[in-house]
Design a protein around this ligand. Structure first.
Ligand code: BEZ
Length: 256
């Protein structure tokens, strides 16, 4: 899995939209009192807490120790664990696995789907939202152009993100033993309402693409991305980033 340096303070301070938008996906999950639910990629725990408020028994998992530390501080009554989405184990079969804005960080999607499948009861549901095909494409293309200008001829090899189409991901789910009962890809532009919005976003989320560059080169790449995006994506002191979401509900079939 790609290692990102997760800064929990920058995440909570400037990127709260990540879990604020996730509340819509909770409606699709519709957690019920007494259900056992896993929040896969829980970040700093806000949606884990929202699931717990429904009366479900919830565990939050994340690969980043910094996120789990902050989640445990935020919600000391809840259970959190550091775990890799490709290989996690669960003691008690789950009614549902929920995931918001995490699956696109894992370049081995079938391993995640298999782990989720193993963790669920027959009939259990996998409800998630992730970046979908074309997500943040303006930023990706601007990053590639800036890296190429520094002499990195194949910047795509640094790309840590997996943004599948509906067809690709639902096929993987079906091959993994799920029945997909809902799937949609839609545009959801995100507003970063500060002059430094893109710079903060890149520092928070794009560190694998900037790895190995000197501080001066990183600064240059960030300025170049801003310069490329400004004509079309900056207005009234706010940036508009071209997020596209893939949302789905998949049910574990009784017989794989
Ligand atoms: C997303 O949630 O779509 C996303 C977040 C950070 C980097 C790339 C995509």
């Amino acid at each position: 899995m790609v290692k990102n340096q997760w800064n929990a303070a920058l995440y909570e301070g400037k990127h709260a939209f990540v879990w604020q938008y996730g509340t819509d996906v909770l409606e699709l999950l519709a957690p019920q009192p007494g259900e056992h639910i896993l929040d896969l990629g829980c970040g700093t725990g806000q949606l884990t807490d929202a699931i717990a408020q429904s009366g479900a028994q919830v565990v939050g998992m994340d690969a980043a120790a910094s996120m789990i530390e902050k989640a445990s501080q935020n919600y000391p009554a809840l259970q959190f664990a550091i775990a890799d989405a490709r290989h996690f184990e669960i003691d008690h079969p789950l009614d549902a696995v929920f995931s918001n804005a995490t699956l696109h960080w894992i370049l081995e999607p079938d391993a995640v789907i298999q782990s989720v499948y193993r963790s669920l009861k027959p009939g259990g549901r996998f409800v998630a939202e992730m970046g979908g095909k074309g997500n943040v494409d303006s930023v990706v293309q601007a990053l590639y152009a800036a890296l190429k200008a520094l002499g990195y001829d194949n910047p795509a090899v640094r790309n840590p993100w997996y943004f599948p189409s509906v067809g690709e991901y639902t096929t993987r789910l079906e091959q993994g033993g799920f029945e997909v009962v809902y799937a949609v890809l839609f545009d959801r532009p995100v507003t970063l309402d500060e002059t430094e919005g893109v710079a903060n976003w890149l520092q928070m989320f794009a560190s694998p693409l900037l790895a190995g560059l000197s501080a001066e080169q990183q600064h240059g790449v960030i300025r170049s991305v801003e310069d490329q995006l400004r004509p079309t994506r900056y207005q009234n002191n706010a940036w508009s980033i071209d997020y596209r979401r893939l949302r789905f509900v998949a049910i574990k079939r009784s017989i794989g």
